[in-house]
Ligand binder design. Structure first.
Ligand code: FAD
Length: 208
């Protein structure tokens, strides 16, 4: 008997399972259609390029696209513990505040959500008005900037774009290097950040 049954151990499901099972008095079941996240290409950031069309991808395709000469375009979605957070590109950029505010849903405005973004985050830049530290989700600078990436940013600045050192700061526009959900050179999926630390709890059952 379970108090909560969560279907899908993706970005959202792993967080839910972890947070709900903090209460030892509730029984939580997490169901996932895919396997455990043991494929090493999940955890080595550059390996994500090797994950499409494998056992950890639902392997969806678009319909034949007339504007693309009839090609069917691959639409990867994670099918594994961590879900799409185990196969995505790890860029850490929150939605624009106007997106949330335009929803017009009580409790989901930018001001409502910001405390939760901060609570989730463990940013290696430390805590500030815009960032949290000590939360479950590691956010880091990229460790290996390609010389072309730096040249691209400088070219953007020369062309008149604003240099932006933090796309989660006061302004989102401009050109700069983004932060990533990684720590120690490894991917921080929600399975890594939230689920694995909780899996020893006797009140949490995970069925990949
Ligand atoms: C290639 C790629 C790159 C991306 N890059 C970025 C990025 O850099 N930064 C960023 O912020 N976002 C990125 N995203 C988007 C982001 O990863 C997704 O928006 C997010 O992970 C979705 O989370 P979710 O919880 O809604 O779904 P998912 O994480 O997809 O979780 C759904 C889970 O449910 C499982 N499931 C589905 N049906 C069933 C069923 N019937 N029974 C059991 N389990 C089931 C799935 O297998 C999956 O594990 C990227 C996405 C892709 C595809």
């Amino acid at each position: 008997m379970y108090d909560y049954v969560i279907v899908g151990a993706g970005s959202a499901g792993c967080v839910l399972a972890s947070r709900l099972s903090e209460d030892p008095d509730v029984q939580v079941l997490l169901l996932e259609a895919g396997p455990p996240d043991v494929n090493e290409n999940i955890h080595v950031p550059l390996g994500y390029l090797q994950l499409g069309r494998t056992e950890v991808d639902w392997d969806y395709c678009s319909a034949a696209e007339p504007e693309c000469h009839g090609r069917r375009i691959p639409l990867p979605r994670g099918k594994v513990l961590g879900g799409t957070s185990s196969i995505n590109a790890m860029v850490y950029i929150r939605g624009n505040h106007r997106d949330y505010d335009d929803w017009g849903v009580p409790g989901w405005s930018w001001a409502d959500l910001m405390p939760y973004f901060l609570k989730a985050e463990d940013n290696e830049r430390g805590a500030s008005r815009w960032h949290g530290a000590g939360g479950p989700l590691p956010v880091s600078e990229e460790r290996s900037h390609n010389i072309i990436s730096r040249a691209f940013v400088e070219a953007g600045v020369q062309a008149g774009l604003t240099r932006n050192e933090d796309f989660n700061g006061e302004h989102q526009d401009g050109v700069g290097l983004y932060q990533v959900t990684q720590r120690g050179g490894m991917r921080a999926s929600t399975a890594v950040a939230y689920l694995h630390p909780a899996m020893e709890r006797p009140n949490l059952t995970v069925m990949p």
